[in-house]
Design a protein around this ligand. Structure first.
Ligand code: MBD
Ligand code: FE
Length: 257
């Protein structure tokens, strides 16, 4: 290649490392040219279907997170996933009641959490973003009949770092199977389920933004999550409380290096 000035060293470094490892992988797999061409056609279908974020977040994102954050103190990050939506409503009041339809199906949930730093200091006024699926396994804002920002919102921890939310219990999520991602899932013989989970994102000046998920003990898909996003430290127990369920979990944020 003709030499011109490097505009972005990181792009070059990551690309060259990728090729180095790709060569080792190709030596091992010895793809024939038809397999390569089939891959190109499948990747083209993936792009045209709009499923690139879905596929990458299900099959790659967890390894990105593990490589960087596995052995650090504080709450383990989990997948951002393809269904975060910018611009959720701010919810005031304790408990924070998430936007719901008048006839929202599902078990009512009261969730209590607390946010601290790694030294045990309560983090008041931490911004908490919450998003989840509904009782049909759909995320609002993404191919769902629900109003925009249904079961989505953000709120702030109190002076003790505590927050309390009223929502519904999420259900296991089945990734779409009618497109190229589904082709891959069937070819590999995987199932298409993620265990029920709540997405949360914590932001506090001076701290690393924490993007994670909460899972529930006893969920049948915990061990075989198609997106491999479960971490044992992110499990909570759903307790029966008469007409609703209750759960809680504490979160620990790392200060910025
Ligand atoms: C999801 O709901 C999700 O959280 C991820 C990581 C991938 C696909 C769907
Ligand atoms: Fe999700």
């Amino acid at each position: 290649m003709a030499e011109t000035a490097v505009q972005n060293k990181r792009v070059l470094e990551v690309y060259e490392s990728f090729i180095k490892h790709m060569k080792a992988f190709l030596d091992e797999q010895q793809l024939n040219h038809e397999e390569y061409t089939n891959f190109v056609k499948w990747a083209d279908r993936l792009g045209k279907s709009g499923e690139i974020p879905l596929f990458l977040d299900v099959f790659i994102e967890t390894y990105v997170l593990e490589a960087k954050y596995k052995d650090l103190p504080g709450t383990e990050p989990s997948l951002l996933g393809p269904y975060f939506a910018e611009g959720s409503p701010e919810i005031s009041g304790k408990p924070a009641v998430l936007p719901q339809r008048p006839d929202e199906e599902g078990d009512p949930l009261v969730f209590r959490g607390n946010v601290k730093d790694v030294d045990g200091k309560a983090l008041a006024n931490t911004k908490v973003e919450w998003w989840q699926d509904d009782n049909d396994g759909l995320y609002s804002n993404f191919d769902s009949p629900a109003p925009p920002f249904n079961l989505r919102g953000h709120f702030y921890t109190d002076e003790n770092g505590d927050f309390e939310v009223r929502s519904i219990v999420p259900i296991p999520y089945q990734i779409p199977t009618d497109g190229p991602t589904g082709e891959f899932v069937r070819a590999a013989g995987y199932h298409a389920y993620r265990p029920a989970h709540i997405h949360m994102k914590f932001e506090q000046p001076g701290y690393e933004t924490l993007i994670t998920q909460v899972f529930f003990e006893g969920d049948e898909w915990l061990e075989t999550d198609v997106a491999n996003g479960v971490r044992s430290s992110l499990l909570t127990k759903l307790e029966d409380a008469g007409d609703h369920k209750e759960a809680s979990l504490d979160f620990v944020m790392r200060s910025e290096e």
